[in-house]
Design a binder for this molecule. Structure first.
Ligand SMILES: [Zn+2]
Length: 450
């Protein structure tokens, strides 16, 4: 009953057609286009509803069916914050994308747009998964940019121009009606003036009069039709209201108290659909507006969390450079003094430096010093043929040169030169020989150096 136009006062025939299939079976196919039906006569009898109401019902039914169909085209706006729910299209396969939500740390719902038709139907992978927060804010900004008072002013100016043209066209059509009426009147007077004895002339004039009347009626019909279909003009009050709405739009759209559902309704009035494609670096959004305008937005893809926290390359290079001369604690202090921060934006600590050195497989300070030919305490003692304790005493006295390679005060020693110190150079004459200009690397290294 909902689909039968008979209830709208229409006589119709041939809404279904039978076609013969290749297997000699007949199939019934609906004929949706009215001009293809055998008969479609509006107002053939009084209807329960008007034809316009019937058409509106059909459109609404088709829309609701689409929301439940495989395409899920533009279902009703729901409560979630995903602005593009129902109007976002996958740029790869051209099908509607669905929305998935997850909670952020602060409790906010973050949308993710997912194309999962292939997954649902064929157990394949997700076609595209695109984080929605960035797209939503970019589209929102685009809408606010698009609907500025300036653009509306331009639209109202165009409307005024169109009204002016429509008025001109109306005058032309009115003149055509007037002309047809004059010709009909002339034909009538000619017919009345003829002598009835001249039957042949009278017949011809009568036919002329008929034609002129028909032409007049057609012109009148055209005029009426054009007048009925003409869009109404905007009054000054309506124009002022439109301007006010446009001025208010950004505030309402951005107000957190505006329900998501209302925000989506506003977006749907201003957007036809948005087609998104994600590549490795960018997300491209093709935005269609109802007026036939198109916009293309290119957004950067969100980096994964590990990449966001990654140590910047110049910091790694600095650590590599400083490891040649400093321990981890010293490096952390130097980097902090330079105003650098770790990948997470925090100040450096010796453990951070140690982690960077380990993760990036930077050679340790010990390795570097050993490669430069420096000796351990035991090796130094063997080379000098003294005890390790004597080496430490000599180091404190400045007779041999030690380099700290870690924060525990451990040291490596320069190999003894051609004139190594000898045993009798120890105390007590030592204090005299101590060269004042040889600074110790760090004052604390007397404690527990090995
Ligand atoms: Zn897809």
């Amino acid at each position: 009953m909902l689909h039968n136009p008979r209830y709208a006062g229409v006589f119709s025939f041939g809404r279904h057609r039978q076609i013969l299939g290749p297997n000699h079976k007949t199939h019934t196919r609906p004929v949706t286009a009215r001009h293809e039906q055998i008969a479609f006569i509006p107002a053939a009898h009084p209807g329960y509803i008007t034809l316009a109401a019937f058409d509106a019902n059909q459109a609404r039914l088709a829309e609701c069916a689409a929301a439940h169909g495989t395409d899920r085209k533009a279902g009703p706006p729901r409560e979630g914050p995903a602005l593009l729910q129902g109007i976002i299209v996958c740029g790869r396969c051209g099908r509607r994308m669905t929305v998935r939500y997850h909670l952020a740390r602060d409790g906010a719902e973050l949308p993710t747009y997912v194309c999962q038709h292939d997954k649902v139907e064929n157990a394949g992978p997700d076609c595209q998964t695109i984080p929605g927060a960035g797209i939503d804010s970019a589209i929102g900004a685009l809408l606010i940019d698009t609907l500025t008072p300036l653009t509306v002013e331009a639209a109202l100016t165009v409307t005024a121009e169109l009204e002016h043209r429509a008025h001109q066209a109306d005058q032309l059509r009115a003149a055509a009606v007037e002309r047809a009426r004059y010709h009909a009147d002339l034909a009538r007077r000619r017919y009345l003036a003829v002598d009835p004895a001249n039957r042949l002339v009278a017949d011809t004039l009568e036919a002329d009069w008929n034609n002129a009347l028909r032409a007049h009626r057609d012109a009148q019909d055209t005029y009426d039709q054009a007048t009925n279909t003409a869009t109404g003009t905007l009054t000054d009050a309506q124009q002022a209201r439109i301007r006010q709405l446009v001025t208010d739009f950004p505030a309402i759209f951005n107000d957190p108290r505006t329900p998501h559902r209302e925000r989506k309704r506003m977006a749907r009035l201003l957007l036809t659909d948005v087609t998104v494609t994600k590549t490795a670096d960018t997300i491209t959004c093709h935005v269609r507006l109802p007026g036939g305008q198109n916009h293309t937005l290119t957004l950067p893809t969100l980096k994964p969390a590990w990449l966001l926290r990654k140590t910047p390359p110049h910091v790694v290079a600095a650590v590599d450079d400083l490891l040649g001369h400093h321990t981890h604690t010293e490096i952390a202090d130097i980097l902090n003094n330079r105003g650098l921060t770790s990948g997470e934006g925090r100040p450096f600590h010796k453990l951070t430096v140690a982690r960077i050195a380990r993760n990036y497989q930077l050679p340790s300070r010990e390795q570097r010093l050993r490669e430069a030919g420096l000796l351990t305490l035991t090796e130094m003692a063997a080379a000098l043929n003294v005890s390790t304790g004597t080496v430490k005493t000599w180091r404190d006295a400045g007779l041999v040169n030690g380099h700290r390679f870690n924060d525990h005060g451990q040291m490596l020693y320069d190999p003894p030169g051609p004139n190594p110190p000898t045993r009798h150079q120890g105390h007590p004459a030592l204090t005299k020989r101590r060269p004042a200009q040889t600074p110790q690397p760090i004052a604390t290294n007397q404690r527990g150096a090995v």
